[in-house]
Design a protein around this ligand. Structure first.
Ligand code: AMP
Length: 219
């Protein structure tokens, strides 16, 4: 099953994506994680992406399409993949369709994570992540230890207020049209991916159950 997770920054795509991927026994691809690793390692791709990411702007589509193509062609992704934060522009959505088509596969479902904007700002401004394993936390201070690996928690540069504003703007201007694009496709029927709206507020476990229920119900 190939699934795209859509939703604003802070909607919980990363956390839920990890859980859904585990339940379905397929890998998760998060372009944000791939790019952050590239920045840490100082690769050419990382150097290209760094400035965009720190400002909270979107990285150019060509870079994202390259990552997508490589990840989807890996043998471990053959049974399917959960794409977290990958499709953020219409050209990326078109590109994904092409890449999957070339591999003889298709997108099965698009999960749209709905969260109220005040709640998003609250989540992002109190978020820290583990420097080592990238596990996100809400409401734990920088400098504390990661529960999973003991690494140090830090604040992401792009969780600073200025970058958060930019990310929200990028979402409204560039990603919101992707929602319409998928909704129109789903309404037209045929072989189009299902479009599923998820209420992403509330306890993490409950949201996971909602996602799994919806995926099963509509399969
Ligand atoms: P995320 O971890 O998904 O919040 O992504 C962090 C940052 O990486 C974003 O603010 C963008 O700068 C960049 N990024 C990640 N995925 C994409 C994408 N699909 N398209 C463009 N930029 C991306």
């Amino acid at each position: 099953m190939n699934i795209v997770l859509l939703g604003p920054p802070g909607a919980g795509k990363g956390t839920q994506g990890e859980r859904v991927a585990q339940r379905l026994g397929i890998p998760k691809l998060a372009t944000g994680d791939v790019l952050r690793a590239a920045v840490r390692e100082g690769t050419e791709q990382g150097l290209k992406a760094k400035g965009y990411m720190e400002r909270g702007d979107l990285v150019p589509d060509a870079v994202i399409l390259g990552i997508m193509k490589e990840a989807l062609a890996r043998p471990e992704a053959a049974k399917g993949v959960v794409l977290d934060g990958v499709v953020r522009t219409v050209p990326q959505a078109e590109g994904l369709e092409r890449v999957l088509g070339d591999l003889g596969r298709r997108l099965d479902a698009v999960l749209m994570f709905d969260v109220d904007e005040d709640e998003l700002v609250r989540r992002l401004s109190s978020r820290t992540v583990c420097e080592a394993c990238q596990t996100p936390y809400t409401g734990r201070e920088p400098g504390a230890s990661c529960e999973k690996c003991g690494g140090r928690l830090v604040r992401r540069k792009d969780d600073e207020p200025e970058a958060v504003r930019n990310r929200m703007r990028a979402y409204r201007e560039q990603t919101a049209p992707v929602i319409d694009w998928y909704q129109r496709k789903a309404a037209a029927g045929g072989n189009a991916p299902r479009f599923i709206r998820i209420d992403a507020e509330g306890p993490i476990d409950e949201v996971t159950e909602r996602v799994m229920r919806q995926l099963k119900e509509q399969a």
